[in-house]
Design a protein around this ligand. Structure first.
Ligand SMILES: Cc1ncc(COP(=O)(O)O)c(C=O)c1O
Length: 421
């Protein structure tokens, strides 16, 4: 085909007005997101803009991302296998470290088999549409993570949202859909932004009663709950009742990669049907080897969990003592509710200026009007670290409580630009 006319202005970049307009309007409403440049390793402290500050918003709960044994496992894998997997798992990417990881993961989760995806997001995005489709119904907790929501949307099944952690509402909705082909109940086990726990026993009971499959996302439970750290499902003894145990290596295990554990047929089925596994390159072998080492450490060193829970208790009591509301949190995730988006970002900047890094979380990650500081300590923080953070939170409380300037919508304590992260 011949191109007959080339515009005189072909070197002028095209502009699409909606791009700039959207960014501008997010700026004006205080919702613009931007990256923060962090330097050095994400340990108990991190370097932000050249200053070492306490890191209290990472998911590296057990400190495994920087553990020497985990790093060494990755180095050895690089020397043995190189850097990239070079293909999807079903073509040339299923290098040796996968088999070891999936075997140990299945045993840890108390299930027959396990399957590793490139990320937790992809595990959810591939698994939910593989299990359900048009004519089916998915029952999804109102506060489920975006990856679960996106998996539900991709499935083209009817998505029935039930009230957060409310088995009675779920039961009403299950009972009203007795004729659908397949039913799937989907929930996080430890909710990522509120830190509360799903009523998994009730959900398992309802799944049995209504013939539904039950899927629990253990992204924030893995490594932390249960006698061997396998998750909340282990703690509640529900390994055989939760049909689809999902999780990720990217939080407490300090690595990368999502997974599903369940019975052998589930895993064989997903290998045929989960598009986010089939049509993407396998994880680098070093990442898989790091995950295996992190899993072994998490399983065999309960003292790490104990250290984390000690820090959580100290921080929780201190924050509550200063007068912050932590909502229904029962886990390592301590949400300090601020409410207003700009105030939350101002609070974040105040903490950072005083040596504590806690990112502000705004909609759409959390519902409108519930902006917050999501505080997460690590096993590797010391008591002194926790106490010095509490000191800064105490000052923040004072500023948030200080009277507002006349005519100003904001606390006089904060002088914030109209926008910025
Ligand atoms: C509840 C939940 N599920 C899934 C994911 C996605 O996991 P990953 O970061 O491994 O993609 C996250 C991470 O943000 C999460 O919080």
């Amino acid at each position: 085909m011949q191109v007959t006319s080339v515009s005189q202005n072909s070197t002028t970049p095209r502009t699409h007005a909606f791009l700039g307009e959207t960014v501008q309007s997010l700026k004006e409403s205080g919702l613009l997101r931007s990256f923060r440049d962090l330097q050095g390793a994400p340990g108990p402290r991190i370097v932000v803009s050249g200053r070492s500050v306490l890191l209290l918003c990472s998911n590296n709960y057990l400190g495994l991302a920087t553990d020497e044994r985990v790093k060494q496992a990755a180095r050895v894998a690089i020397d043995t296998y190189g850097c990239g997997a070079t293909g999807s798992r079903l073509i040339s990417g299923n290098l040796e470290p996968y088999a070891t990881l999936e075997r140990e993961l299945a045993a840890w989760k108390g299930r027959e088999a396990a399957l590793v995806f490139p990320s937790g997001y992809q595990a959810n995005l591939g698994t939910i549409p593989a299990l359900t489709g048009p004519g089916d119904a998915i029952f999804s907790d109102a506060l489920n993570h975006a990856s679960l929501i996106d998996g539900c949307r991709l499935s083209h099944a009817e998505v029935v949202v039930y009230n957060h952690c409310d088995p009675q509402d779920l039961e009403r909705k299950l009972a009203a859909r007795s004729n659908v082909r397949r039913k799937l109940i989907v929930t996080e086990s430890v909710f990522s932004m509120d830190g509360d726990l799903a009523p998994l026993k009730d959900l398992a009971f309802l799944a049995d009663r209504y013939g539904a499959m039950l899927m629990a996302d253990e992204a924030h439970g893995t490594g932390l709950f249960g006698a061997t750290g396998a998750g909340l499902v282990e703690e509640l003894g529900l390994q055989q009742k939760v049909d689809v145990q999902m999780g990720t290596f990217s939080k407490a295990l300090g690595s990368l990669g999502g997974y599903i554990a369940g019975d052998r047929n589930l895993i064989r089925y997903l290998v045929q049907k989960a598009r986010s596994l089939i049509f993407t390159t396998g994880l680098p072998p070093a990442v898989v080897a790091a995950s295996t080492e992190a899993l072994r450490i998490a399983r065999t060193e309960p003292e790490r969990r104990a250290a984390l829970w000690r820090n959580v208790r100290r921080l929780r009591e201190g924050l509550a003592g200063v007068g912050f509301s932590l909502g229904p949190s029962e886990s390592q995730i301590l949400p300090v509710l601020i409410g207003d988006d700009r105030r939350a970002m101002s609070a974040c900047r105040f903490l950072l200026r005083h040596g504590v890094f806690v990112q502000g979380i705004r909609p759409p990650t959390v519902p409108l009007g519930t902006a917050r500081l999501r505080v997460t300590p690590m096993a590797t923080h010391t008591e002194e670290d926790i106490d010095s953070a509490l000191n800064v939170f105490r000052q923040l409380r004072g500023l948030l409580d200080s009277p507002k300037r006349k005519g100003s919508r904001r606390s006089s304590a904060f002088s914030v630009p109209a926008y910025s992260e």
